[in-house]
Design a protein around this ligand. Sequence first.
Ligand code: ATP
Length: 734
Amino acid sequence: MLKRLEIVGFKSFAKKTVLDFSNSTTAIVGPNGSGKSNVAEAFRFALGEQSMRSMRGKRAEDLIWGGSHTVPRSNRASVVIIFDNSRRQFKIDFDEVAIERVAFRDGTSEYSINGSRVRLRDINELLASANIGETGHHIISQGEADRILLANARERRSMLEDALGLKVYEFKKQEASRKLEKTEENIGQVNSLRRELAPHLRFLENQVKKLERADELRRELISLSQTYFAIEDTFLSQEKKRAAESKQNAKERLAVATSELATIEERATTDEEGSKRLSLVRKAEHDVERITGERSELSRKLGRVEGGLAAAKDRSERVAREPYAKVPRQDLTELAREVAKQAEEAVTPDTIYAALAAINKAVKAFVGRFTAPGDDLLADEERAAYALENERTELVAKDKLFSEELEKVKSALSRAREALTAHDETGRELRRRILDLAQAKAHEESEVAKSDAREHELTMLSEALERDKAEALALGGASAVSYTPLSQLPSEERRAQEDRKRVLERTKIRLEEAGGTGEEIRHEHKEVSEREVFLAKELDDLAKSAAGLRALIDDLDTELQKHFSDGLSKVNASFGEYFALMFGGGSARLALEEPEPEDTESLEEEMEEDMPTEKERPGIEISVNLPKKKVRSLMQLSGGERALTSIALIFAMSQVNPPPFLILDETDAALDEANSRRYGDMIENLAQKSQLIVITHNRETMSRTTILYGVTMGGDGVSKLLSVKFDEAVAVAK
Ligand code: ATP
C-alpha cells in the first residue's frame, strides 16, 4: 500500500526525488554518507515525528537543504508519502492518501492530507487507524535496532501497544476523557447556577404562599360582603318604607286635629273681647308654628353635620390603622448618606461614640417624621373633623335658643288660651274639648318628629352602606358588590347583621395588610421555577452522559487489557521461535513487570491527590536464555547478540500485527555470514505480510529484494537516486 515517496529540499535531497515502491521488498544501497538514512528520516518526518534527535538534528533548520557552493540553500523541506487506499485501510474515502509535511526555517511545520491543511493530531489519528503508530516501531533507524532492548519497561510497553495496534484505544480513551472532563465542568456550572437560584426561588415561594393566603381572604371578603349587602339593602328599604308610612299617618291625624281645633276655637269667640283674646291666641299659635318650623330646619342641618362628622371620624380611624408610612425616597437616601458619612468618620473610640450618637439622633428624627400623628393625611382628616365639630356646636347652641324661645311662645299661647276660655264662662264644654284636641295635636306632632328622626337615622345607615360597598369593591373586585337582593329578610336579630359587619371589617384590615395581587411575583415565580426544572433536567442528562462516558472508558480499558494480553502471548510465542532460530537454540520471552510493593508514603500521596488516578499498567521485562551460556542481564549480551535479540523481537511483533510497511536501516550491519542468511530468510517471510524497505550494505540482504535504488552524492553535496541491478548494486554499495 506504500506507493511513492516524494522529497524536495529535505536534508541532502536538494532536488525533487521520487521513490516508487513495489509490493514486496525495496533495497536502498549506496556508499557511506550518500544520504540513505536521510530517506528513512524523510519517512519519519512526513509521519509527524516531533523529536529532532531521532532525525539527527538540533534545530528545524537542520532538516532543510543547507546549500553547497553550487546549489543554493532551500527555505523549505517537503516530504509527501503516497499510500494506495483502494482497500480502505485508512478511514478516509479516497483511493489514494497523500500525507505531506512542510517545514520552514522558522521551525514551523504544516501538515496536509490530500492537499487539505490539517492538524498534527488528525495525521496521528489517521495513521493509527491504519496501524502506523507514533512510536515508530515500523522505522528502525541505523543503530537503533536495540532501542526496544534499551528502553525502560514502561516505554517498552508503549512500543508493544503501538505495535499491536492498540493506540486506537488510547485515542478513543483520551477523547472520552476529554468529553468527561468537559461534562463534569458543565455539571459544576449547572450546579452552581442552581445554588445561585435556590435562595431567590425560596423567597418567591414564600411570597406566593402569602399571595395565596390573600386570595383566600379575598374570597372570604367577597362571600361575606355579598351576604351582608343583600341583607342590609333589604333591611334599609323596608325600614324607610315603614318610617315614611307612619310619618304620613301621623301627619294626616295632625291635620284633622288642627282643623277641628280651629273650628271650635272660632266658635268659642264671637264677641269683641273674645275676638281680641282670640287674636292673641292666633298670634301665639302663629309664633309657635314659625319657631317649630325653623327648629326642624335646624335639626335637619344638624343631622347633616353629624353624618359628615361620623364619616370623617371613620376615615381618620382608617388612616390611623394604616400599617405603612409613605416615606419619600429622597428622605431615605439622605438618611443613608448621613449614616454612611458618620460611619466613615468613626475611626477612634471617641469619634465612634460621637458617630453613634449622631446616627441615633438622625434615625430618631427620621422615624419621628413618619409616625402616625405627624402624618399629613391624618392631619387633613382631623382639620375637616374639627371644622364640622365647630359647626355642630354652633347649631346646638342655636337649637337651644330656639327651644327657649319656643317655651316662651308656648306659655304665651297657653296664657292667651286660658284668658280666652276664662272669658267664655259658658264655653266650659268647649274648653274641655279644646284641651283634648290640643293634647292630641301635640301627640301627633311628636309622632311626626319621631319619624323624621328615624328617617334621618336610616339615611345615615344608607350612606355608611355605600362607603362599605366602595371599600369592598376596591379590595374584592366587582363580585364583592354583585348580589341578588332578598325578597324577605332572614329571621334573625339585628345583632347578627352587626356581628357580620365586624367580621367584614376585620377581614378588610387583614386583606389590606396582605398587600396587592402580586401578578409580577407570580410571573417571576413561574419563570424561576421553570428555569429550575430545566436545570435539574439538564443536570440529569449531564450525569447520564458522564456515566456513559465512564462506562465507555471502562470498556475501552477492558478491551485494551484483553487485546494486550492476547497480543502479548502471541508476540511471546513468535519471539521464542525467532530467538531460537537466530541463536540455534535457547529461549526468550516478554513478561509483565512485577508491581512494586507500595510503601505507605506513596499511598498517602495517592490519598492526597484525591483523584481516581488511572491504574498504572505494568511495564514489560525481557528475559533471555542463550544456549550454552548463563546470561542474566541484557547488558551482558555482545553487540551481535543484542542485534539478533532485537531483530527476533522486532520480527515477532511485526509478525503478530503486521505494519503496512517496515523500514530497516542497516539492522543487519552486525551479522556474520551465517546469521545474514537467517536474516534474509526472515525478511522473505516478513515480506509476505508487510512492505519492506531495507537500507543495507549486505550482499545477502540485497539478493533477497526485488527493487534496488542506489544513492550517490556528487561534488555538489546533493543526493541522487538511480535504479540499479543487483550486480550494479553490489558495486554501488562499496
Ligand atoms: P552511512 O552508510 O554511512 O550510514 P548514509 O548513506 O546513511 O551513510 P546519511 O547519513 O543518510 O548517509 O547522509 C548524511 C549526508 O547528508 C551527509 O553528507 C550530510 O552532510 C548530508 N546532510 C545532512 N543534513 C543536511 C542538510 N540539512 N543539508 C545538506 N546536506 C545534509
